[in-house]
Design a binder for this molecule. Sequence first.
Ligand code: SF4
Length: 494
Amino acid sequence: MADPNGFLKHTRSDGTKRPVDDRLGDWAEVYAAIEQPKRDNEVRTQAARCMDCGIPFCHSGSAGCPLGNLIPEWNDLVRRGDWEQASERLHATNNFPEFTGRLCPAPCEAACVLSISHDSGGAVAIKRVEQAIADVAWESGTVQTLPSGISTGKKVAVVGSGPAGLAAAQQLTRAGHEVTVFERDDRLGGLLRYGIPEFKMEKQVLDRRLAQLRAEGTRFITNCEVGVDLPVEKLREEFDAVVLAVGALRGRDTPETPGRQLRGVHLAMEHLVPANKFCEGDGPTTIDAAGKNVVIIGGGDTGADCLGTAHRQGAVAVYQLDQYPQPPTVRDDDRSPWPTWPWVLRSYAAHEEGGERLYAVAVESFVDDGSGQVRAVRLRKVRVERDASGRRRVVPQSEEVEEIPCDLALLAIGFEGVEHMRLLDDLGLALTPRGTLSCGTDWQTSSPGVFVCGDAHRGASLVVWAIAEGRSVANAVDTYLTGASDLPSPVHPT
Ligand code: SF4
């Protein structure tokens, strides 16, 4: 039984990051690898802070883990040193805990009861425990291939190999279906491969999981754009069901801003994708921040990824702009997101590495150097308001305009939904006003036998939601193909 006073005995610790100078000299993960048995002992201490609440808000409800991760159970198993059982319980609800342990902003920690009080020392370091369980399982060889052992004779095509597609594919393969994952890029993983920088998750973490899926029987075809290289008629002919996990990669742009057309002004993904390809050994990146003044427009996850990438490429200076005012910062000794959540300042490792954040500002224009290349960005102080209908408005606060130097501007202002693709046209699928694909309560689109999950359905969201939707759509497809399903379905369509 968990120690109800564990959180009073042990201080929360998120692990040790490598020194900034070391981090900026390579692309390896930010957190330092800790030698055994020190790591296991440290993580056991963190797990021992969990009270095993009667109502564990961390793993249930609207604010906790969408996967329904059995957090108190595996915290207690880790506390007792039973890593193998902890891995079994963790994998019972999460196909890829090594991804969420590294990449998820951990709604479970925001929901943890220990977040209520400043005196508690903050939430249990759930994310750290999760990553350690997964890493220990891989290192000790306890992550096994789980081939189905049965064959339903049904064929499923999964379009897209990001976390939602991979979760759906693994669940459906294990249920006995013949699953083929189609990826238009040259390598598998979607955003995990080409959107997430190496310093947040090294790609060998993805590759070992892909090897497991292959060993279980999932087939993969890369360099294949379904709808073009594989026409829709052939897709429908060859497969009994189709899962669309095509992401929501249409980057929000700002075409009305004067100077947007200048050389050196790019969408964030135009910077991140080639930078990640460089890390894969594909030669020099096409958009390099080396020696440049970089301005990142947008203060979220993608902006932070651009920030860390620009510093590693050797930027001279990096500014990151946000239209919102500076929110209250979480002090080191005050990790409580309640009652300030979600108005706390999200802390990213990339922000410790340099750069300047400018708040309550918006770009007035990009300035031409006379040759068609951006040389500066003009900013104005703004306030974000909502009108009577709830629409967001950005209101200038002064006539004064500030100019900052800029050789490379990166627009990290969000995503507007699914990219245009022939596949959707040929399936006759229209986009919602949010730019996503709608579906019924069974995840099925208006095209019979075609299902949707992940960002393509939800809009750009967290990796944990992608996995949860991938698992849920697998249940729906299994039911569609066989009449019933034992697969879990942790979430429902929005
Ligand atoms: Fe443990 Fe926090 Fe979950 Fe309670 S809410 S069971 S303390 S992790």
